[in-house]
Design a protein around this ligand. Structure first.
Ligand code: HGY
Ligand code: MN
Ligand code: MN
Length: 426
């Protein structure tokens, strides 16, 4: 018979198989090549959502997904999927992935290891001629970071029904560009509906906090994600000359803002809870050295694993803002632009990750995530859990973000075991 005989694919059995491991060199080459896209001088990446570098990253993923034999789909939110057939093709797929948009001058690992790790798993199963019962679907979600277009996790948010498409398309960046128009501009406004019915979802991600590193654990078995609130605040005072204007006659929006910034730090310290609060971005107008600030717009990010703590913090911040406005006699506005509830992940998926870490022989610890992830939303529609790998010194969202490659490989092998087990369960 001409040509090489096509060997039937071996079905990966239900039990975990520690001999099945990814190819760390192939994975590392791909990771380095991918992070040449939008590379910064200080070894970070600059691939903000729907930017030209984000488009280049997406184009590369589509090419690599197709090369790996995946059926590629881009949906109406620009989420990029790659799907294999299972031996039972109509079964809901095991979905796993993360995001490739980055912070401005962000880290090389955040999101990327979850998407490229997922692709490496597909390559490994192809190479080992292994087919799972359920289809496997890898995904790169759009706009996870929320730095250019708030709120964050827009792609997974529409996919899970948290946001409607029109709301997402109308979100604008600081220059007034609409999300929907930018998606069109880069050619990623797909036809497929942003919706799905996955059997379960896993996400491999860097911890972005210090605990795995401190405890010398290579794997975090993630049991849930903090809830959080993103607030937009605005003070409006009176612009005037910085010289002749007497201090007692001023209505200085910056002074009111400064009181709230220190107030956020004070209230997070006072609660004795896991509450964290950040004033991360600020816009001053007219922003001139010798003009009393007329308006200041700033953001407040409040998080806790206890939803009641976030609710209470939002109410206290509102009181701080009202007090600061009264004291400086300026006008104020406060808008909550996003509220995500903390909720625990699926017990069975958590235990699958724990078993997978054991199978791989990786020291692991259970934890919750202070960072938000697309898994927050997937957890509303299907059983979900996450796998963390250590961030050296807990640093993330900066160019100094770093994870030892051996830990990335261990985390990916844990994901491989978890995905295969779930893809073969009845
Ligand atoms: O804000 C977050 O935690 C995530 O990085 N978007
Ligand atoms: Mn991330
Ligand atoms: Mn991030």
């Amino acid at each position: 018979m001409g040509g090489s005989e096509i060997k039937p694919k071996r079905l990966q059995n239900r039990d975990m198989n520690p001999e099945l491991t990814v190819d760390d060199n192939r994975f590392r080459r791909r990771f380095e090549r991918f992070n040449e896209i939008g590379a910064t001088e200080r070894d970070g990446v600059d691939r903000p959502s729907l930017s030209d570098t984000n488009k280049e990253a997406r184009d590369t993923l589509v090419e690599w997904f197709a090369d790996a034999g995946l059926a590629v789909t881009v949906d109406e939110m620009g989420n990029v999927f790659g799907r294999t057939d299972g031996t039972v093709p109509n079964e809901p797929p095991v979905l796993f992935g993360s995001h490739v948009d980055s912070q401005y001058n962000g880290g090389r690992f955040d999101g990327v290891i979850g998407v490229l790790g997922a692709l490496e798993i597909i390559e490994t199963l192809n190479e080992e001629n292994v087919q799972t019962q359920r289809p496997l679907e890898v995904v790169a979600w759009s706009n996870e970071e929320g730095v250019r277009f708030q709120p964050d996790m827009l792609g997974s948010g529409v996919y899970t029904g948290t946001f409607d498409r029109g709301y997402a398309y109308d979100r604008t960046d600081k220059d007034g560009h609409r999300f929907g128009d930018e998606l069109d501009r880069i050619g990623y406004k797909g036809d497929a509906p942003a919706a799905g019915d996955p059997h379960c979802y896993f996400e491999l991600h860097v911890e972005q906090g210090p605990y795995l590193d401190e405890n010398e654990c290579s794997v975090g078995v993630v049991e849930g994600v903090y809830g959080f609130s993103w607030l937009n605040a605005r003070f409006e005072g009176t612009a005037d000359h910085a010289g002749p204007s007497p201090m007692h006659l001023r209505h200085d929006a910056m002074v009111a803002t400064a009181n709230v910034v220190t107030g956020v730090r004070r209230l997070t310290a006072a609660t004795g809870t896991d509450l964290v609060g950040t004033v991360g971005s600020i816009d001053v107008s007219p922003n001139s050295i010798n003009v009393i600030p007329e308006t200041v717009e700033f953001t407040i990010d409040l998080r806790s694993y206890d939803n009641a703590v976030v609710d209470e913090a939002v109410s206290q911040v509102r009181d701080e803002i009202r007090w600061a406005a009264d004291r400086e006699n300026v006008a104020w506005e406060l808008e909550e632009i996003m509220r995500v509830d903390a909720d625990p992940f699926d017990t069975d998926c958590i235990e699958t990750v724990a078993r997978a870490a054991e199978t791989v022989g990786a020291p692991s610890m259970r934890m919750v995530s202070g960072a938000g992830h697309d898994a927050n939303y997937l957890n509303d529609v299907c059983p979900t859990s996450m796998i963390f790998v250590p961030s050296v010194d807990g640093v993330s969202h900066t160019e100094d973000e770093y994870t030892a490659w051996k830990d990335v490989v261990v985390g990916t092998n844990v994901l491989l075991q978890a995905v295969c087990e779930k893809a073969n369960e009845e």
